[in-house]
Write a protein that binds this ligand. Structure first.
Ligand code: CP
Ligand code: NVA
Length: 312
């Protein structure tokens, strides 16, 4: 049985296979007259399968892409929000996991603590998929990689530079993904939002040749990048720091001037939701180098490919 709690649950070859499959699924979805099933009725990969979708935190993209994707592949997703389920409050996580395993085929969960996912996976007899935790957002990073691949058709010479808070789920998953795929990865962060040392250690264990640079200056790391990435100034875990995070450090904003330091073919990614004109200017997010809406759409296609890989 395969859980997907971290991007490291997949090998580099599996990641590439899922991306290739996602690109095919996207193509066939766009060609399809109908906006629903793109597979022949006989071979819908999730035919008759049901998924419990536990969400402790809000979501637009993740919920929408999983529910739509499951439907398009012939399955059924049941959204269970925290107001109704009280994950870990009404009963132990192990009881929830056992009961859910007895009725459905897969669990998709967005949790505050990564340990909640691990506990559920430990007691589930069905696959558990991470739909974001404090530590990891592997589905997002699959969509990011797909978007990068659609742009450059290779990962070989691509360099990714990430700007701002590196102590977060997106950077953790991105760093590990880069190590797996041997992509050069650079970060610019204010000293108090560092990438956790254990993630760097894990990345280097995965790939001793992994090239990782850290520099306090965004302009230094922007120069060589094919992909510039930012994330929200205020993650769903950090609301109590909202004012200081927004007020802090304008120099970590992705502006057109910063983008202009890189090659004109360099693209900008952001998982969304974004605070416009805080971590990135409206000019950049709506500009010609931005791929953020393609990146968001790719959540649908890459998760369909992931679900097909895990459940078919
Ligand atoms: N990027 C992302 O996961 O968005 P949501 O929080 O809206 O699901
Ligand atoms: N780092 C962000 C990602 C949102 C998709 C958060 O955890 O809120």
């Amino acid at each position: 049985m395969k859980h997907f709690l971290s991007i490291t649950d997949l090998s580099p070859e599996q990641i590439k296979q899922i991306i290739r499959q996602a690109i095919l699924m996207k193509k066939s979805h766009k060609k399809s007259d109908q906006n629903t099933h793109t597979w022949s009725q006989k071979s819908l990969p999730l035919e008759g399968k049901t998924f419990a979708m536990f969400f402790e935190k809000p979501s637009l993209r993740t919920r929408l892409s999983f529910e739509t994707g499951i439907f398009q592949l012939g399955g059924h997703g049941i959204y269970l929000d925290q107001n109704n389920v009280w994950l870990g409050v009404r009963e132990s996580l192990s009881d929830t996991a056992k009961v859910t395993s007895s009725m459905v085929d897969g669990i998709i969960a967005r949790t505050y603590a990564h340990s909640t996912l691990q506990e559920m996976a430990l007691h589930s007899s069905i696959p558990v998929i991470n739909a974001l935790s404090d530590l990891d957002h592997p589905c997002q990073v699959l969509a990011d990689l797909m978007t990068i691949f659609e742009e450059f058709w290779t990962f070989v010479w691509v360099k990714i530079s990430y700007i701002w808070d590196c102590d977060n789920n997106i950077t953790n998953s991105l760093c590990l993904a880069c190590a797996l795929l041997d992509i050069e990865f650079a970060c610019a962060w204010p000293a108090w939002y560092m990438l956790p040392p254990e993630i760097i250690v894990q990345a280097v264990q995965l790939n001793p040749n992994f090239i990782f640079t850290q520099d306090p200056s965004p302009s230094v790391i922007a120069k060589n990048a094919q992909v510039i990435v930012a994330d929200t100034r205020v993650s769903m875990w950090d609301e109590q720091e909202k004012e200081s995070r927004i007020a802090d450090l304008q120099e970590y904003q992705v502006t057109q001037d910063l983008m202009s330091l890189a090659d004109p073919n360099t693209i900008f990614l952001h998982c969304l939701p974004a605070y416009r004109d805080v971590e990135v200017t409206t000019q950049v997010i709506d500009g010609p180098q931005s791929r953020v809406f393609q990146e968001a759409e790719n959540r649908l296609h890459v998760q369909k490919a992931l679900l097909s890989y895990l459940f078919w």
